[in-house]
Design a protein around this ligand. Structure first.
Ligand code: HEM
Length: 464
């Protein structure tokens, strides 16, 4: 008979090992010194009160049913002017060999809703898409209302706490009550980046998800577990799906149906995701990233997923695009559980990195080339790599040769996932972190680069 305590101990150790993919932890360890609050750590922001379950976010830390503290961010005193020069974290989620796995990492809560120079662009684009496409991209079911409200509360408080100079509280009517009904409670805040004033005092003038859409540049999926044990999408603010799916086809569906077309979902993901969701607590936020390639910066539907019926010229357009213009679109995702509604919040945020800006980074062109030609067949199909890879192949070969000539790599450097995965090799200096932004140090990277004007010329299809 095996001792149950031993089983528990072994289980605990294997979970920690799973979470602490050693290189990632050591990457974050450096940041811990500068205020990083990791998984299961209590907040470094002093809280005035910690109560169980339904405590108010505004008045202190929030604990879940087991009393675990919800992580809260440390203030970052950046101004709107500074944000206009900031780049997001340099994600490089390229793995070789490429296996479909959950690949989640514990999330430093300070990075739940990162800031960067495209913030205003994303917010404006969300507004345009909502006005033009409405419920195709932002929709909710009645059973998602409490979670949407809680999310609005969590997002607004997070932004106010993390970025005090970007979000100003104009009026604080106090914390919402348990069923979000007490008139006058809630805040009026000013978004100093968009100059918009958001009145979130009760009664609300709009659905809470629309406030979230005006506050955060991320897409949000709200997922609840039903008595059948499955997780359902109950509300979603997703203006930037990237692919040609509308959220109206996903809402009300469960995660198995939503991931139906995802390669190896049943074999490699489903079980681990179920196990993860069953255990996940509000104090366990995680993040992950996936990616694909396109030759535009569109947020709603990238060219690589554009259907010819909407854009008959898409192939010709690709062939006439200089390979230097091709971008990796990183889908940066986070998962956290809200303590009151117990809803799981899944965020997705697209960030574009041109292949050109990564050309000085050892092995990056080699990894991209390898994956788009030799990755798992179903992934190659799902990400439409075949549609453009021959067009950029010589360009990638040229970059690989350049890296050999410059001594950045050798002919026989083994091709494998970078030790700094999922980030660029150059993310070393705490200085970058303290300033809240990351600028690529490569001589070939133009820090002033901004694709917003170009973006407007890319919107040519009627479903853009
Ligand atoms: C640990 C949790 C999760 C994992 C590992 C995961 C994994 C994936 C993967 C591998 C894909 C294919 C695209 C890619 O390469 O990334 C995908 C697509 C997608 N996931 Fe998830 N996912 C997770 C949670 C969620 C949640 C909570 C939602 C909320 C509804 C969600 C919604 C979607 C959607 C909408 C797509 C696009 C499907 C399509 O192409 O039609 N995922 N996910």
């Amino acid at each position: 008979m095996v001792d149950p305590a031993l089983i528990l101990l072994l289980l605990g150790v294997s979970i920690s090992l799973y979470l602490s993919k050693t290189h990632i932890i050591s990457f974050y360890d450096k940041f811990q010194k500068s205020g990083f609050q990791g998984l299961k750590s209590s907040s470094s922001t002093p809280s005035t009160s910690t109560t169980k379950g339904k405590s108010a976010y505004a008045n202190g830390s929030v604990a879940d049913e087991d009393g675990n503290i919800m992580p809260r961010p440390t203030p970052l005193m950046i101004t709107p002017d500074q944000v206009s020069n900031y780049d997001d974290r340099p994600w490089r989620p390229f793995r070789w060999p490429y296996h479909q796995t959950m690949s989640i990492f514990k999330l430093d809560i300070n990075h739940w809703l990162d800031m960067d120079k495209y913030y205003i662009h994303y917010i404006e684009e969300k507004k345009r898409i909502w006005l033009k496409y409405g419920k195709e991209n932002i929709d909710w079911l009645p059973e998602g209302y409490d979670a949407s409200f809680e999310l609005m509360d969590v997002v607004s408080n997070h932004l106010i706490e993390r970025y005090p100079l970007l979000f100003t509280v104009l009026k604080d009517g106090g914390a919402y009550d348990d069923d979000y009904s007490k008139a006058g409670t809630g805040k009026i805040i000013k978004n100093e980046l968009t100059q918009e004033i958001l009145d979130m005092t009760l009664p609300l003038k709009q659905h809470p998800l629309l406030y979230v859409t005006k506050l955060a540049k991320e897409d949000f999926y709200l997922v609840k577990k039903k008595p059948d044990g499955l997780h359902y999408l109950v509300a979603a603010a997703v203006p930037f799906p990237g692919g040609s799916f509308g959220i109206n086809h996903k809402i009300g569906r469960n995660l198995d149906v939503i991931h139906e077309d995802v390669p190896y979902y049943k074999e490699k993901l489903q079980k681990s995701m179920e196990r993860w969701f069953a255990r996940m607590r509000p104090c366990d936020p995680v993040e992950r990233a996936s990616w694909y390639i396109s030759w535009d910066h569109k947020l709603k539907v990238n060219n690589v997923y554009q259907l010819p019926k909407f854009n008959p010229n898409v192939e010709a357009n690709m062939k006439s695009t200089d390979p230097k213009e091709f971008n990796v679109r990183v889908e940066r995702q986070t998962l956290r559980r809200l303590p009151k509604s117990q809803a799981i919040i899944f965020t997705n945020h697209p960030i574009f990195y041109s292949i050109e800006e990564m050309k000085d980074e050892p092995l990056i062109p080699s990894l991209i080339k390898k994956i788009i030609y030799e990755g798992p067949q179903d992934i190659i199909k799902y990400k439409n790599f075949e549609s453009f890879r021959d067009h950029i192949s010589d360009y990638l070969d040229g970059l690989i040769k350049r890296q050999i000539d410059l001594g950045l790599i050798k002919e026989d450097t083994p091709l494998k996932t970078l030790p700094t995965y999922p980030f660029a090799h150059w993310v070393k200096a705490d200085f970058d972190y303290i300033n809240g932004g990351f600028n690529n140090p490569s001589a070939s990277y133009d820090k002033k680069a901004n694709y917003v004007d170009k973006y407007k010329t890319e919107l040519v299809a009627e479903n853009d």
